[in-house]
Design a protein around this ligand. Sequence first.
Ligand code: PEP
Ligand code: MG
Length: 579
Amino acid sequence: MSLWLNGIGVSRGVAIGRAQRLHGTDLEIPERTLQVGDIEHEITRFYGAQRRARDELRAVREQIPPGTPGDIAAFIDTHLLMMDDRSIVDTTIGYIRSAQLNAEAALKKTRDAMVAIFDQMDDPYLRTRKDDVGHVVDRIQRVLMKQAQPTAALEGAPKFDIAEPTVIVSDDITPADIILLSQQKVVAFITEFGGPLSHTAILARSLGIPAIVGLRDARKWLRDGETVIVDGEQGHALAAPDAEALTFFKTKQAKLAQDRATLQLLRDKPAISKDGVKIRLLANIESPDDAIHAAELGAEGVGLYRTEFLYMNRKDLPSEEEQFEAYAKVVSAVKGPLTIRTLDLGADKQVDSGARLGPTPNNPALGLRAIRLCLKEPELFRTQVRALLRASRFGEMKIMLPMISSVAEYRQAHAFMAATRIELEREGYKLAPDVPVGAMIEVPAAALASPMLARECQFFSIGTNDLIQYTLAIDRVDDEVNYLYDPLHPAVLQLIQRTIESGVRAGIAVTMCGEMAGDVRYTRLLLGLGLTEFSMHPANVLEIKRAVLDADVKSLQAQVLRLLASADIEEQQALIAAL
Ligand code: PEP
Ligand code: MG
């Protein structure tokens, strides 16, 4: 009999395959009391397991295929760093010595203690870190218990016949396993835990593999070897489908594949609307390698290069030279314009090297993040600005400041950059004569003050991820309030419209680089609001281009004017739906 199951669809696409459950992280941990004479041997055994787990993980990192988005390697790097983390290693050895516990039990005690601390903090970002601790500890634990890693089991054991299209069903999947599994015939992932921002979700999207997360008790309902259909957009899984359902989903799958092929034909077509409005479609990238990938997917340039990734997964801060090399590489690689964002650390973007920049406050999203942190730590900012300006002569670079909330703050940052330029010129460096500087509009205050800011900035870029978070007072990484996160809220639309209008009046470019820009459901609305530059995940460029080619911007603008003027929310919603 067929069985429908529902979770959260986090990576689009339809997949059909045989279910394969992975054993979960719920290992049975043996506990023994050691003789005093055995303690040193046990410590050596623990170190051996830790080394072996690290080597296995390094091997996984080396298997990441070229062209894989940068965030994938970053996840593995985080785990590699954690493998050596003193709080895991020293605490475990402490338990082996003081409590005379075997390594497995001592490691479990360490994990429980760390998880308890994360639970108390109750910060959504740290909840993800808790998962990281779990994954790292589990990997060492399995070596100690001589249990195969899930993926190691896949390689050898006959019951994991990965030659067939397989749907992996698990409680949670580590980034390392996702990478290894994605190189086998895995066609979809289903996990029992996690939300749209979980590792599984992010990685599956990057790899283009359909995925459903948060499907409670999936391993209980699905049996190994049975056929499962996964609809990664709707979040539905259908076990043991009948012939009719199979035909339906196979047709849907074929349509999607055909759609992808048709989209490819648009790659070299200019993004011009039916009534002749030229729209610029740019990419958001996180590493110089992403730039090449973005151009292949039809992006005309880069509207957001997030530089935080240079600072992540390491214990020290990147030097001026290292940053200079990265920026020079990216600016040379990008054909077309490139907007580099200065450091946006804090809140949802934490780094190990930034730990010494202060304790985690109660409200990190409202605290010392982004430009605020840079202005508070001039040396940190100076190093980055020097590296950026030095790299500016290799291409068409613009610099963008995140989280600007007032004209005074923008002026302060701008003056700092001007002084740094003078300093570099005195030292004899050759710099591009003009490096446009702009502000991200992602705080409601900046959107409201946009007419004033537009007189000072050379461009705006609307960061809807934060603008929505701050306008609606919804933590963007808190699963509990996700349902309130609404890009179509009239207050959000008013702020976007005001920002675009301020930019147009002042004659400066306005880009949008938040997720909203890459979501085809909003393209017609944004065109109607007067947006002409969209920056997004490169995978979305062609879909947005198709919507642009299909649009009549003038008539959309007239319709959007009407919907903004309406005081009735239901009418507004109807008008949006009719666009
Ligand atoms: C945004 O806030 O919309 C944005 C693009 O920046 P990030 O998601 O990196 O905060
Ligand atoms: Mg932001």
